[in-house]
Design a protein around this ligand. Sequence first.
Ligand SMILES: NC(=O)c1ccc[n+]([C@@H]2O[C@H](COP(=O)([O-])OP(=O)(O)OC[C@H]3O[C@@H](n4cnc5c(N)ncnc54)[C@H](OP(=O)(O)O)[C@@H]3O)[C@@H](O)[C@H]2O)c1
Length: 238
Amino acid sequence: MENIAGKKALVTGGARGLGKATAIALAKEGVHVAITGRNEELLKTTLKELQDIGVQATYEVFDVSDLATVQEAIAKLNASFGQFDIIINNAGIAAFGSLVDMDAETWTNIINTNVLGSYHVTKAVLPQLIEKNEGDIIFVSSTAGLNGAATTSAYSASKFAVIGMADSLMREVRKHNIRVCTLMPSTIASDMSKDLGLTDGNPESVLQPEDFAELIIANLKLPRRAMLKSASLWSTNP
Ligand SMILES: NC(=O)c1ccc[n+]([C@@H]2O[C@H](COP(=O)([O-])OP(=O)(O)OC[C@H]3O[C@@H](n4cnc5c(N)ncnc54)[C@H](OP(=O)(O)O)[C@@H]3O)[C@@H](O)[C@H]2O)c1
């Protein structure tokens, strides 16, 4: 099993929902964590929780959909926090509606955030992992990235694309001892699933963010050699 204590992780969208649970789970494993998002107040609150666990932690405010902004923010984090070993590409948005009715701006924002956002962050951080000849990149797709539904053209397009990007990247960087893994969860209790009307408020009926975080930690601890060669895709409901 891999020992992840002492590593440095970047968790996008780390102030709330799945990203926050992941950041906290990583910190409990002794991983130093940088969290990002657009809401500084939320980032500060989660930062305090991470620091209380006893690891090094920091945050940076940026929108993942703009490459120049992402590159600037990553450079700042590298200067103050250090180079990363782990990238968790978690930040994402969702909206459901028919292709005809959904306005083009909403449709495009979903692609810009979920696909380009993950691409921008990976492009900015990956050279550090290549230089170290070691690293882990986890992408958060969705079961909507495996099957479409009548109202999910934008969200499914984005999450299918994430799987394609990650699967290609896995083949590109395994020679650098970098593992790339994609999680495809079904509904998990969060602001997103609540806003979409996917949860009924009963915590027993869907996965909780902490369950998702457990899967991230389990993936990071899996034997490196086997995953480099064969395992790129993981689903929470295969
Ligand atoms: N919850 C589910 O049922 C479910 C199922 C499958 C997959 N997922 C995926 O899991 C990931 C996390 O979802 P969640 O349920 O935790 O959603 P959430 O509660 O709505 O949180 C989304 C996170 O992404 C960040 N974010 C969104 N747009 C951003 C942008 N343009 N730039 C920077 N950060 C941005 C948000 O931070 P700010 O608002 O501060 O920017 C927030 O931290 C997403 O990729 C989602 O598609 C969720």
